[in-house]
Design a protein around this ligand. Structure first.
Ligand code: NAD
Length: 341
């Protein structure tokens, strides 16, 4: 059993607190937020937790084994660094950091201090996303030609981070989790339609060494909520719709066969229109699996599924996308060592 502190209980942090309180691997829960009104709300719901407005109190507390950071992205690096320096294991919400140099430093620090460093890539724990990884890796879709993701809705506009850093970490982390590959080229375009200097619409394009290409569209400026990913392979195609309650994943036995013509004028293409199958998915809360992975990694001394390195991969691509976005969609080539991290 371990004692865990959650720093930051605005919109997302209370979900971490709930999952810790309900988890049998967790003993005491300490909650920290600079806003005491947020702490009062937590105390009304969970009278058994300890609360503080001072993060330093958490770091100094000898009986706190681990810290889960759910504060705004600009605070992640500093709070994670202080946590590791204080000897705590750390979980950092996405995006891991706002600069790859900060992410590298945290990974190095955690490794030297022998502390667990995990990143909150919640989707990697969700049943449809796990099933898609299984399907992609089984070869059922054939060679992956392309992946196209759309994550759009109206709001919530953030005041200190762009839509790229707010929404794209979800799609990028899923993409790298499925493909087990980093892009070699990244291009992006986008615009700050509402708040000057903070892009609210972005389109990211990626090329991978394997030949796969990918596209991620993120926006806070869209009439309806779409969470849809299409994976097209040489054998089959797949659609994942996260807004659906049932049949979130559908595999289409559809494709095009091309044969070299024997005679001039012979029709070269034949389209295949087969069955549509929706695989059975497990039912559990992804966040429960994520919190359990973190706690088990502390108790058993093993690496969690979503590591600091996974967080860094996403940060590197976000940085490249941001450079491209502010440079008229310039193609950013990721150095070889970066594409392999
Ligand atoms: N994994 C997911 O699916 C998911 C979903 C939503 C948000 N998030 C991530 O969670 C993090 C928090 O997002 P949010 O929407 O809850 O933000 P939020 O602004 O609603 O809440 C942040 C909280 O942190 C507190 N805070 C800020 N600085 C602090 C400090 N130095 N010490 C203590 N408390 C501090 C604020 O008072 C606030 O209550 C972000 O990184 C976000 O990207 C992840």
């Amino acid at each position: 059993m371990v004692n865990v502190a959650v720093i930051g209980v605005g919109y997302w942090g209370p979900n971490l607190v709930r999952n810790l309180v309900e988890n049998s691997l967790c003993n005491d829960v300490v909650v920290c937020d600079v806003d005491s009104a947020k702490l009062e709300k937590i105390l009304r719901r969970y009278p058994g937790v300890r609360v503080t407005t001072q993060a330093e109190e958490v770091f100094a507390s000898r009986d706190v084994d681990a810290v889960m950071i759910s504060t705004p992205p600009m605070t992640h690096y500093k709070l994670a660094k202080r946590s590791i320096e204080a000897g705590k294991h750390v979980f950092v919400e996405k995006p891991f950091t706002l600069a790859s140099a900060e992410g590298e430093e945290l990974i190095d620090l955690a490794s030297r201090s022998k502390r667990v460093l995990m990143v909150g890539h919640t989707f990697e724990y969700s049943p449809p996303v796990r099933k898609i990884r299984e399907i992609v890796r089984s070869g059922e879709l054939g060679k992956i030609f392309y992946v196209s993701s759309t994550r759009v809705n109206l709001g919530l506009h953030q005041k200190d981070s762009s839509v790229l850093w707010d929404l794209a970490p979800h799609d990028l982390s899923m993409l790298f989790y499925w493909l087990d590959e980093m892009p070699t080229e990244v291009m992006a375009t986008g615009k700050d339609f509402v708040q000057p200097g903070i892009p609210d619409v972005a389109f990211i394009f990626m090329r991978f060494g394997s030949g796969t290409i990918a596209h991620v569209q993120v926006s806070w400026l869209a009439p309806s909520k779409l969470r849809r990913t299409t994976v097209v392979g040489s054998a089959k195609m797949l659609v994942y719709d996260d807004t659906q309650n049932i049949e979130q994943v559908k595999i289409f036995d559809k494709g095009v066969n091309y044969r070299d013509p024997n005679t001039f004028g012979e029709y070269q293409l034949s389209y295949r229109m087969g069955d549509i199958v929706s695989p059975r998915l497990e039912t559990y809360e992804p966040l429960q699996a994520e919190v359990t992975d973190f706690l088990e990694s502390l108790v058993n001394g093993r690496r969690p599924s979503a590591t600091g390195e996974d967080g860094l991969r996403v940060v590197r691509v976000l940085e490249a996308a941001e450079r491209s976005l502010s440079n008229s969609g310039h193609v950013e080539v990721l150095p070889r060592e970066e594409s392999l991290v």
